[in-house]
Ligand binder design. Structure first.
Ligand code: ATP
Length: 504
């Protein structure tokens, strides 16, 4: 029996579980780590692969209108000039000269502290779900420090980018709490640079791709000419991307090396075409998150205001997830018009036009771009799965992963380890299942302890071989992680059952 489910989890608890059980490690840990980079351990790599495979299967294999590519990470530098990344892939950065801390100016908020019309100073806070309370406490503390009487006026938190040059000198640094050390914001290009070939001059500069999308655009003609795709159709790609984020934060939510899963879905250029495709994609992607086990009530939509869109974009909606640090973007779904293909046509001199046979017409298709990160999906899946409950009076930690995503699909136990017929049968079933899935054999310790170890890494099914298996009817016990219920089934049914659950 299970009771008392709790799902609220802090990032500290997740980070510690991930390290302890081999999901995620800090990169280069023995050298003190390197900020913004992570390594995935034995369970983490399985889970990442499962996420990527589920996406690829559902978005590419199980559709007739999407094909995949795998472009190189380093591309011709002109790609990034044409796409606008060299000039504009920037975030506003602000430095604290005293602490040497660096912040994103759009994540740093400030407010004057005003008593009866008089500004007595300023407070600053970093963007967090609790920043308003933190700001109010800081304002109170400032009032006490200056021994001022009177009623504080309500604070008006604004982004640091909106401060005037006079205010820069008065706003305290979040690191030191003192004013005078923050620089004005300046634009910082987030692309990592490298040099290709033996010569290290400007002509050899190249970039590690900050997204996979441009690899798709520059191959648009290749795919059209070599395949049998017809608009509307999509090209999908999964691959590493690199962004020199100013403040990598919140574990794997924002890192400097991550993996992207992106689709460019090419549609006709008519004015009434994109709204329909855009909303279809939002629904398709929301449903996919539910299909991989993320409950609907943890997901949201953030529709970007028209005024804040890039000049070429027609619309952008983020699918958000309730992360421990707040409701944040999980996936962006943008209607980008013809911008990217036209830019590459103009910059390369090669036509990006498509001939639509049905319409007997030539045009540059428009595009809908659903783009998400493997790592953010990993974190969302982990947050959604984490549960503490009570089983038979004992507290247990359980990761309720969908069987598609679970790193270990099933664990196989002989009831006891000193009875060779049980052990042999367990090994036999283990090797049969191992041919198809990542499964685990365990004979050490009491059966209850073995269950708990699997619960904590999210293994959905435990299969026990006992005396009835050998002496009676050949059936095994299958125990369900979430309900902890057990049922007996024969080997053929077991295989069918697992297949249906793991590869729906
Ligand atoms: P943010 O505003 O959070 O920086 P973004 O709007 O720049 O994100 P996009 O360029 O739309 O992000 O990237 C698409 C997706 O790639 C994001 O929804 C996210 O899932 C993932 N992603 C982007 N940057 C990072 C990163 N630094 N670390 C991990 N995943 C990322």
């Amino acid at each position: 029996m299970t009771e008392n489910n709790t799902t609220d989890v802090t990032m500290e608890v997740l980070v510690s579980l991930c390290r302890r059980r081999g999901f995620v490690f800090q990169s280069s840990e023995i050298y003190g780590g390197i900020n913004g980079f992570f390594d995935f351990g034995p369970l983490g790599v399985e889970m990442r692969n499962n996420i990527k495979q589920a996406w690829w299967r559902d978005m590419v294999h199980r559709r007739d209108d999407i094909v995949g590519i795998d472009a190189s990470i380093i591309m011709h530098p002109k790609v990034w000039e044409a796409s606008g990344h060299v000039a504009g892939f920037t975030d506003p950065m602000v430095d604290c000269k005293e602490s040497k801390m660096r912040y994103r100016a759009d994540h740093l908020f400030f407010s004057p502290v005003v008593i009866e019309g008089e500004t007595i100073g300023y407070i600053s806070v970093l963007e967090t779900p609790g920043m308003e309370e933190e700001a109010a406490e800081k304002a109170d503390a400032l009032k006490r420090k200056l021994a001022r009487q009177g009623k504080l006026q309500p604070l008006e938190l604004r982004e640091y980018r909106e401060a005037t040059p006079d205010q820069y000198a008065l706003i305290p640094s979040p690191a030191t709490g003192k004013p005078g050390s923050l620089t004005p914001p300046r634009e910082f290009n987030m692309m990592f640079q490298t040099h290709v070939g033996a010569v290290r001059d400007d002509s050899a500069v190249a970039y590690l791709r900050p997204e996979t999308a441009q690899g798709i655009f520059v191959n648009f003609k290749n795919v059209v000419d070599s395949g049998r795709v017809k608009v509307p159709f999509g090209i999908a790609q999964v691959g590493k991307a690199f962004r020199n984020e100013i403040t990598p934060r919140n574990f794997i939510f924002r890192s400097r090396e991550f993996e992207a899963m992106e689709i460019e879905y090419f549609i006709p250029p008519d004015d009434d075409a994109w709204p329909k495709f855009h909303s279809e994609w939002i629904e398709t992607r929301l449903k996919w998150f539910e299909d991989i086990g993320i409950p609907k009530d943890l997901l949201g939509k953030d529709v970007h205001e028209k005024g804040k869109l890039a000049h070429y974009a027609k619309a952008c909606t983020d699918i958000t997830f309730n992360f421990p640090h707040g409701m944040q973007e999980l996936e962006g779904i943008a209607a980008r018009g013809e911008f990217d293909l036209r830019q590459h046509q103009e910059s390369s001199g090669k036509s990006m036009e498509y001939f639509d046979e049905a319409r007997r017409e030539r045009y540059i298709p428009h595009v809908i771009e659903p783009a998400l990160g493997v790592d953010r999906t990993f974190l969302a899946v982990l947050c959604a799965a984490y549960t503490e409950d009570i089983v038979d009076g004992d507290k247990r930690t359980v990761l309720r992963f969908h069987p598609r995503i679970a790193p270990v699909k099933a664990a196989i136990f002989p009831l006891v380890k000193n009875k060779p017929p049980l052990v042999d049968k367990a090994h036999e079933i283990h090797s049969k299942l191992q041919r198809r899935w990542n499964v685990f054999y365990d004979e050490s310790g009491a059966i209850g302890r073995r269950y708990r170890r699997q619960d904590e890494i999210g293994t959905p099914f435990c299969i026990t071989i006992d005396f009835d298996t050998i002496e009676k009817d050949g059936t095994v016990t299958l125990r369900d992680r979430d309900s902890t219920k057990q049922e007996r089934m024969n080997e053929d049914d077991l295989l069918l059952f697992l297949e249906e659950k793991i590869d729906p």
